[in-house]
Design a protein around this ligand. Sequence first.
Ligand code: ATP
Ligand code: MG
Length: 202
Amino acid sequence: MLNNKLNITSEIELSKEEERITKLKALELFDKKIIDQFEVGTFNGLSEIHKYLFDDIYDFAGKVRNVNLAKGNFRFASVLYLDDVLDSINKMPQTNFDEIIDKYIEMNIAHPFREGNGRSTRIWLDLILRKELSKVIDWSKVNKEDYLLAMERSPVRSIEIKKLLNSALTDDVNNREIYMRGIDVSYQYEGYYTYSISDLDK
Ligand SMILES: Nc1ncnc2c1ncn2[C@@H]1O[C@H](COP(=O)(O)OP(=O)(O)OP(=O)(O)O)[C@@H](O)[C@H]1O
Ligand SMILES: [Mg+2]
């Protein structure tokens, strides 16, 4: 398991505390409008999100990883090329839905952090959609299995994830309930089910 600033040695306890602490941070990002100050559509902006969420837990919050990562049969970008990959993602256009999802797919392939890529990159994606298209994804309309399968296929075939996310777009971009539900669902994709953000918000 990962070294952590909480000095937790049980994997189960760490995952619960990580969920609790970072969900509260995610809510702060929204309520204090901190999220509106981050750069939109760059690694720098993603790093700011990641650092804000994970800084109390991991030394590597906001920092580019220095180990290689794989999931299933897929190897994410090699640490040897990661800086170059992130530079080219920074330059990718984001003027329409297709371009934005292509950029999201590339950022997922980069997987820049040691842990917490899925959750932080979905927040990053919503910031791009909100700025460029005045829309966000209502993640509660995106089924977990469909999503994970579409992401697994996205490096070779992007149409499935594009269709899935397109059908879940909403104009209700400042809706706190949709944001909170979205965070809970995003955490469920990664196996975190212990706390709901609305219970933590009491
Ligand atoms: N086989 C795959 N190929 C490519 N991308 C994948 C694959 N499986 C999952 N993903 C994408 O990676 C995300 C999370 O992957 P992973 O668990 O490695 O990240 P993480 O850093 O642990 O993030 P988190 O802690 O938020 O889960 C998923 O939400 C999905 O978007
Ligand atoms: Mg994880």
